[in-house]
Write a protein that binds this ligand. Structure first.
Ligand SMILES: Nc1ncnc2c1ncn2[C@@H]1O[C@H](COP(=O)(O)OP(=O)(O)OP(=O)(O)O)[C@@H](O)[C@H]1O
Length: 458
């Protein structure tokens, strides 16, 4: 057998650190690799009880004490300094009476490994954010916009002209007029077209969530925060485009923070102590009149100036009627293909739809087309199938209907229209200021069909 001197030389020849204690947890020896990895000299440890080693702050936790308690092998990670983490595995050696005689612990420096793991996790977070917020929510599979009317041509020409500059663009227009599609077009013509396109709807979540989505947070920033921390969209949009939809709904505190990000090109994640640099093309959109919001003190004037270097106003569909037949034909073909149908428009339908106001604009037109096609019993779609408020200009209030019936009819009509415009029960309920469950109950009671089931509905 080896003498203790020779045994020590063997231990010192090993590349992993080794720490040996007796059955009481008193240090017998450590090897040279242990000294190198932890920076603690052998002489300071020899003869010390493991609880004393922890007490003196040499290590954060003792695996030998855990092994003594558990009487089985234990593995854990320890911090030996701010920068260094080690993976420690302790194994008990029993004598013939089943008493622990020695605890042999091996130690491996995993700092670089953990760094690589964290970098990998960060990259995964970034990619998943880019996928989650970068995917188009378009339901029609139509990526190339139709630019038919003179007004739309002017919008698209201006957008393409400014796309290659870094000027911030503010898109204004009613819901469903094509702001998101135009933002995507600007991105695809810009110098950052190969970078990510990150889209965030500022009206879609409460302020606290919105802040952590945008800015991200440091690990353990608040109770319930993920251990790993969270990458924010400001970082995910780096070298790409950040599209802030419904910017008019951004709370004032976040408006101030966004202003700083725009000016300084850096930001502080929630709970972090150091700034992160970021550089992105900013496009924002709103259906609000931001000047009015400024006058009402709901929107910062300085932010409005920063955002609207190039303002582009998208006209509502009712002001570009010549597009309606082309869009109706395009989406008819699209859904014919999708549902393997053979539908056609009756000329009267197109004529009627050209007169309609389209409060939900192109999105409403797409939803109505799909609904008429999938509910139609014959391939020719006629005016008889149009919803009453579109088919005729007849007001409600019919003879022979009680007030209750008329109120119910009106309620049904409003819900139908909200579903048509917003597409999901959640969005429709939020627009009408009622609970989603209330809206679903009424929808079921009146058997209002929904045109499409989006994955985030219900
Ligand atoms: N010029 C166009 N040609 C064809 N389809 C279009 C055009 N503009 C918009 N659309 C389609 O209309 C739908 C609504 O467009 P988009 O989401 O861009 O509107 P939006 O103004 O951003 O709406 P919101 O304000 O509600 O976010 C989308 O399905 C889009 O693909």
């Amino acid at each position: 057998m080896f003498g203790s001197d020779r045994l020590q030389r063997v231990l010192d020849a090993m590349s992993d650190g080794v720490y040996i204690t007796d059955g009481n947890g008193i240090t017998i020896t450590v090897n040279t690799a242990y000294e190198r990895i932890t920076g603690i000299p052998k002489e300071k440890l020899r003869g010390l009880h493991m609880s004393e080693v922890v007490k003196r702050g040499y290590i954060s936790r003792s695996v030998s004490l855990e092994v003594l308690k558990e009487r089985r092998p234990v593995t854990l990670t320890q911090d030996v300094s701010k920068e260094h983490q080690i993976l420690v595995s302790g194994t008990p050696m029993f004598d013939s009476d089943g008493r622990i005689e020695y605890i042999v612990t091996t130690v491996r420096d995993v700092t670089e490994l953990l760094k690589a793991k964290r970098a990998q996790e960060k990259l995964e977070q970034l990619l998943s954010l880019r996928e989650q917020y970068g995917a188009s929510v378009s339901t029609d599979g139509h990526k190339e916009p139709f630019v038919i009317s003179r007004q739309m041509r002017a919008c698209y020409d201006l957008a393409k002209r400014v796309a290659s500059s870094s000027a911030k663009v503010l898109l204004q227009g009613e819901t469903g007029t094509g702001k998101t599609l135009l933002a995507r077009t600007i991105h695809s013509y810009s110098n950052v077209a190969n970078g990510p396109f990150i889209e965030l709807n500022c009206a879609a979540m409460p302020e606290s969530l919105l802040e952590s989505e945008l800015f991200g947070y440091a690990s353990g920033a608040f109770t319930g925060a993920s251990e790993k921390g969270k990458t924010g969209l400001l970082e995910a949009a780096n070298n790409g485009t950040l599209f802030l939809d419904e910017i008019g709904d951004l709370p004032l505190t976040l408006q101030a923070k966004l202003l700083k990000v725009i000016d300084e090109k850096r930001f502080l994640p929630v709970g972090a102590t150091s700034f992160k640099q970021t550089n992105f093309r900013l496009i924002s959109a709103t259906h609000h009149d931001l000047k009015k919001l400024v006058a009402e003190s709901h929107f910062r004037e300085d932010l409005l100036y920063r955002l609207s270097v190039v303002p582009i106003e998208l006209p509502p569909l009712r002001e570009r009627m010549e597009e309606i037949p082309v869009l109706l034909e395009h989406y008819l073909n699209h859904f014919n293909e999708n549902y393997e149908l053979d539908c056609r428009w009756h000329a009267d339908v197109i004529a009627r739809l050209k007169q309609y106001e389209w409060p939900g604009n192109i999105r409403e037109l797409i939803n109505l087309t799909e609904r008429l096609m999938v509910t139609s019993e014959q391939s020719l779609i006629t005016t008889a199938q149009l919803p009453i408020e579109i088919a005729t200009d007849r007001p409600l209030g019919r003879e022979g209907c009680s007030l209750k019936e008329q109120v119910e009819m009106l309620e049904k009509k409003v819900i139908e229209e909200a579903l048509l415009i917003h597409g999901t029960t959640r969005a429709a309920a939020s627009a009408l200021g009622v609970d989603q469950s209330t809206l679903v109950k009424k929808q079921k009671r009146w058997r209002i069909e929904q045109k499409r089931d989006l994955p985030n509905d219900e």
